[in-house]
Design a protein around this ligand. Structure first.
Ligand SMILES: *[C@@H]1O[C@H](CO)[C@@H](O)[C@H](O)[C@H]1NC(C)=O
Ligand SMILES: *[C@@H]1O[C@H](CO)[C@@H](O)[C@H](O)[C@H]1NC(C)=O
Ligand SMILES: *[C@@H]1O[C@H](CO)[C@@H](O)[C@H](O)[C@H]1NC(C)=O
Length: 363
């Protein structure tokens, strides 16, 4: 979620400067083990042992849990592993579900009805937040690579949105400039299955299929051999995640909680409601062939143009595909018709990008 050159400077800063700025950014004390920022040694070691079992397991288990059970028969003396795997998968699903429950409890209390604003101050000292943090500690023990694709996407969307809120709730002052934001997304992390995942790792590494972030000169978050690659959605990642991730700013899509059982439906709804919001997609008044779009479409253009055609026309075609042709909403219908007309007219189509409002989404 970044804009332009200043980031190049940020990346070139020596690490002591980064560390200093980060301390300045508001974290007073080191958070408890396993929650936000760095893992503690003990966790990491315990996690690593569990991980090696799980990694071995996930080789048997690339597609879904069913494959592991099938292999169990073939392997005979390896039978112990798939059994453990099945147990670990169930345990992971259980933690994911209870995390979702605690997240919903927080959202019901401290999120505006449409998900666009969070009451961070009230959240910070609430019972709901405390309960959530207790469950969030259990993330150390989950093995998300054992979840199927849908479950994994829902899980990481929920963890990302909750981690943003967690990080913003415990900061004395929210990030207020580019560098602080950069650090926030890079440094806020949970230990998940024994390994640290920052917000950037979750977004670019897992949900975008290990693509470089939009910051100039950034590389793939997970290098070859990184065990977190096992959790990455590398096969045709779903670009609609961009309408489901809330980065804590005014211009972000609303905060929602996701569930594997209806993920596709929820993402469809999130996409349509994002692109039919005037703040994110609008035609210019004079119909000169300009379409104004949220900067999200600029930063993640490659995600929205999967066929290597990154033209404005291709981008708009994708946006059109997010609006249900049968929609009963007259505004959505009209927007879709106008965009279709524009794209099919042969007229010169040009996208322009709206400034992103980085003000905190606080209530
Ligand atoms: C993934 O798991 C969910 C339930 O957690 C299930 O509804 C869905 O059918 C599974 N998907 C696949 C492809 O196995
Ligand atoms: C897209 O481009 C990449 C690299 O430029 C290439 O490897 C890939 O085959 C292309 N895919 C399509 C569908 O053209
Ligand atoms: C961004 O949102 C805040 C809060 O709603 C508002 O006060 C401010 O004017 C907005 N900034 C811009 C540039 O639109």
């Amino acid at each position: 979620m970044m804009e332009g050159l200043p980031f190049a400077f940020a990346l070139l800063l020596p690490s002591w400067a980064v560390a200093t700025s980060w301390r300045g950014a508001g974290y007073r004390s080191r958070p408890r083990c396993g929650v936000a920022t760095r893992p503690c040694g003990k966790n990491t070691v315990r996690g690593a042992a569990a991980l090696s079992v799980a990694l071995r397991a996930s080789i048997l288990n690339k597609e879904d849990g069913g494959v592991a059970l099938q292999k169990k028969k073939e392997l005979g003396d390896e039978a112990q592993v798939p059994h453990d795997v099945e147990q670990q998968k169930l345990a992971t699903q259980k933690i994911a579900a209870s995390l979702r429950g605690r997240i919903l409890d927080m959202y019901v209390q401290f999120l505006s009805e449409d998900g666009s604003a969070v009451d961070y101050k009230a959240l910070r000292n609430s019972l709901e937040f405390r309960d959530y943090q207790v469950v969030a500690q259990q993330l150390r023990d989950v093995q998300p690579q054992l979840l199927n694709r849908t479950e994994r996407i829902a899980f990481f969307l929920n963890v990302y949105n909750a981690l943003i809120i967690h990080g913003l709730a415990i900061l004395d002052s929210p990030p207020s400039n580019l560098l602080q934001r950069l650090l926030f997304y890079a440094k806020n992390a949970y230990v998940i299955g024994g390994i640290e995942y920052s917000l950037n790792d979750i977004e670019h590494g897992v949900l975008r299929g290990n693509k470089p972030g939009p910051v100039p000169f950034s590389g793939k978050p997970f290098k070859s051999g990184d065990p977190r690659l096992w959790t990455s959605i590398t096969e045709s990642p779903d670009a609609r995640i961009h309408f489901a991730l809330n980065c804590g700013a005014k211009s972000c899509p609303p905060v929602r909680c996701f569930n594997a059982d209806n993920l596709d439906y929820a993402l469809e709804g999130a996409a349509q409601s994002f692109v039919t919001d005037e703040e994110n997609v609008r035609l210019d008044q004079d119909r000169q062939g300009f379409v104004y779009l949220s900067s999200i479409f600029k930063w993640y253009r490659v995600d929205f143009c999967p066929e290597n055609d990154t033209s404005d026309r291709a981008l708009l075609s994708t946006i059109i595909s997010y609006i249900d042709a049968e929609s009963r909403d007259p505004d959505a219908k009209r927007l879709r018709a106008q965009l279709v007309e524009l794209v099919e007219s042969g007229q010169n189509v040009r996208c322009k990008f709206l400034p992103y409002n980085w003000s905190l989404n606080s209530a």
